[in-house]
Design a protein around this ligand. Structure first.
Ligand SMILES: [Zn+2]
Ligand SMILES: [Zn+2]
Length: 353
């Protein structure tokens, strides 16, 4: 397995494409459809003697353009099969428009979040400046579901549906005897955990479920997800329970302590929910935009979408638990003495944080 790292200044940075070159040639994710990134992918593949036309299978972790953007072009060049989870498939093949390409959904969502007019304009200008070429041509896709086994590039990948960041986000588990560690790790350690289970150690291609540096956005990155924070924290629990020995994320370097990283992100959301409650106590009532302004300060570019989206995810989760009440776009606390920790799953990793 070879990792090809692509520049990308629009999303989380340093996108990874993984090349599995065996009896067939497979790519895991593709990068955003911008000219410079396309050149980087083509020259990265050429280093291993591969051209777009040689690709037999493209496996996508999720619909975001920094992962799926070049899939359509690669398919045009090669006739490759493009695999993506059934929940994200309609965006990749063009049956459904994502938020920024759907004016009605956009207006509805940004109303719900209480986004001020000048920020809507700034967001629209940002997408107008980068958006047109991000997604590339649509691909014809083969839909996959949780538990499906794909044999691509000579290895078997198990689809593990891990929704939250997007509705269809899917990680791919593999036997580490089939795919060896490659490239530097994010933590610099060599993964010296002793493996106590009898099963063959498993690795994970995680897409944006867990990332080594940033916490993946929840709420703003795919507005189709119901109670996105609950979906996402359950996905983190699932990652922790599988006890993966290594993770190859969608951005940046390899993660050797997967469960610890997932538990750290889970803890980050517990803490953030407490901060959201503090903001509501301070302001009395607030919109997701007002909460995000308190949490994150001034927001620009993609963060105009991700900031209030994430605040919305937390408020929505609190509303489901009847801790806060929603009135239009405003939220107000109704339960004065809730134990916030009880709103989040506990895992075997908690005492190790
Ligand atoms: Zn993403
Ligand atoms: Zn990403």
């Amino acid at each position: 397995m070879e990792r090809i790292q692509l520049g990308n200044t629009v999303f989380e940075g340093a996108n990874n494409v993984y090349l599995l070159d065996g009896p067939t040639t497979a790519l895991l994710d593709t990068g955003v459809a911008m000219a410079g990134v396309r050149d980087e992918l083509q020259s990265g593949l050429a280093d291993h003697g591969v051209e777009f036309g040689d690709v037999d299978e493209v496996v996508l972790t999720h619909w975001h353009p920094d992962h799926a953007g070049l899939a359509g072009e690669i398919q045009e060049a090669s006739g490759a099969d493009v695999f993506v989870h059934e929940a994200d498939a309609p965006i990749v093949d063009g049956r459904v428009q994502p938020l920024m390409e759907n004016p009605e959904l956009q207006r509805e969502t940004l109303d719900e979040w209480g986004l001020p007019d000048e920020k809507r304009k700034e967001l629209a200008d940002f997408f107008a400046s980068v958006g047109a070429e991000l997604s590339g041509p649509h691909a014809e896709v083969t839909e996959i579901s949780d538990g499906d086994a794909l044999t691509v590039g000579g290895v078997t990948l198990e689809a593990v549906h891990l929704p939250g960041h997007t509705a269809g986000l899917t990680g791919f588990a593999f036997d580490v005897n089939e795919i060896q560690a490659d490239g530097p790790s994010a933590t610099g350690d060599s993964g010296d955990d002793t493996d106590t289970s009898d099963a063959a150690p498993e690795g994970l291609f995680s897409g944006d479920v867990i990332l080594p540096k940033y916490t993946p956005n929840v709420g703003g990155a795919d507005v189709r997800v119901d109670d996105p924070l609950a979906a996402y924290t359950q996905s983190l629990v699932r990652v922790i329970e599988r006890d993966f020995s290594v993770t190859y994320p969608g951005h940046r370097d390899r993660i050797d302590k997967t469960s610890l990283r997932a538990a750290t992100i889970l803890e980050h959301h517990r803490t953030r929910t407490k901060r959201v409650i503090d903001v509501l106590d301070k302001l009395g009532s607030a919109t997701p935009w007002e909460v995000s302004a308190e949490l994150f300060g001034s927001l620009s570019e993609i963060h105009i979408l991700h900031g209030p989206g994430e605040a919305f995810a937390h408020l929505d989760h609190l509303a489901s638990a009847r801790v806060v009440e929603r009135d239009g776009s405003r939220y107000q606390r109704i339960d004065a003495d809730v134990d916030i920790d009880s709103l989040f799953p506990t895992t075997s990793m908690d005492q190790q944080l």
